[in-house]
Design a protein around this ligand. Structure first.
Ligand SMILES: [Zn+2]
Length: 82
């Protein structure tokens, strides 16, 4: 695999902000880290935030708006590109 362009990391529509990932189509904005992520990482990160909320009996932090909302058109884009 080619080395990802560091200029594209974490920017809107660029590459995922997670260093180990850096897949293209970073279209999910993380309100906690102010960077953009791919769908898979957004789901993983939001899931752990939700788990933390349950474990610590706190309201879950919403990092990615609509990530678990199947009608969000961004899920559709992902399905088309697969
Ligand atoms: Zn990612």
């Amino acid at each position: 695999m080619c080395k990802p362009d560091p200029e594209l990391k974490g920017i809107r529509g660029g590459n995922c902000n997670r260093t180990a990932c850096q897949q293209p189509n970073a279209i999910w904005y993380n309100k906690g880290s102010f960077a953009w992520y791919c769908r898979n990482c957004a789901i993983t990160i939001q899931r752990s935030a939700n788990d933390y909320g349950i474990q610590c009996q706190e309201p879950p932090m919403i990092l990615f708006e609509n990530i678990f909302e199947p009608t969000d058109p961004r899920h559709e884009i992902y399905r088309r590109n697969r």
